[in-house]
Design a binder for this molecule. Sequence first.
Ligand SMILES: [Zn+2]
Length: 379
Amino acid sequence: MEIKEWRSLAIQSMALFFVVFSCCVCFEGRIQGKTETTVLAEKKTPQPSPDQKTEEETEVQKAENVTKSEVEDRSDTYIRIPKEGIGQVSEVYIQNEYMESKIQVTFRGIAAGSLTKDSVLRIHGFQVSKGKVNAREDSLLNKLVINDQKNESAEKNIIQVEMVTDRLYEPALFEAEDAYYISLVEPKNEYDKIVVVDAGHGGMDEGTSSKDGRHVEKDYTLLVVKQLQGLLEKEDIKVYYTRMEDKEVSKKDRVKLANRLNADVLVSVHCNASSVGDSTAYGMETLYSKKKKTKEELTNKRLAQVMLNKLGEETGLRMRGIICRENLYLLNHAEVPTVIVEIAYMSNKKDLNYIMKESGRQKIAKGIYEGIMQALEEK
Ligand SMILES: [Zn+2]
């Protein structure tokens, strides 16, 4: 290699070094930037489908600019938090944890100690209250907590206003010139169709399992529900999910959600297993209660039949039938049309193989989706 070539090689290497170095800096910067924002918006989801509001990915909604009368146009039920004295807030957002009827509003960069319970004005029609929550007098809140996280630098101060409402609301955060508003609307008044989808079991409650114990029900119910979510979010219906992560949710809370929403349909996804160790039992079932009457024209039995038909059409698998079960908590306590879908026998090898494949689960999800759509049509 001649000197000239050496020199050009050296220049090339240096250029390459600079490119690599600046890329690294860039990349690192991006990561750091992301970490900083995630401190506050930790639960930020890929925005913004309103139908994706799940427990796991509690939607973070930023304030929308409005006037007070626009807030009142949406609903005569709202919370007002005045801006006076809170300083230049750098970020405000709201999270809705509907399983607990809990709404949390986070203020970042707020003056420490500037929000108290007295700052949270509750307006419910003609009733107005503020300060400490008195469940008897307060017609809106069951609980109010002000979480003040002081920081050395003022712009990192955070105050969280946590409110548990007396019923389930769809909140929306607004910003007007003089105050922040959290407008509260009951889901039935906001949405035409409401569906509750329940992934059976979760957390410590694993449900049933495959014969070797390597596969547990709670994982497959959630996988199917996630695929079902992908299909339902394209529709103009509001869907609430009892869980979207591996966590324990009581049966009571699952039913409560559907009842509080007065949902049009509650679908609970489960897997079966032979209780006597019979590995030859296989196929799908839908369970319903006859005793528990819904106020709807759509009976539980009809819903179970519709669901089974659609599952059969989509999967081509063996449908064992619709089964009346009067001893199951969910079916016994739901006030709305409810069905339990038993998607497979985990004790059967063929059934297990089917739900282990994504393509199999997709067909099941499609069947449930078609079942929901038809049930809504028949209502
Ligand atoms: Zn189960």
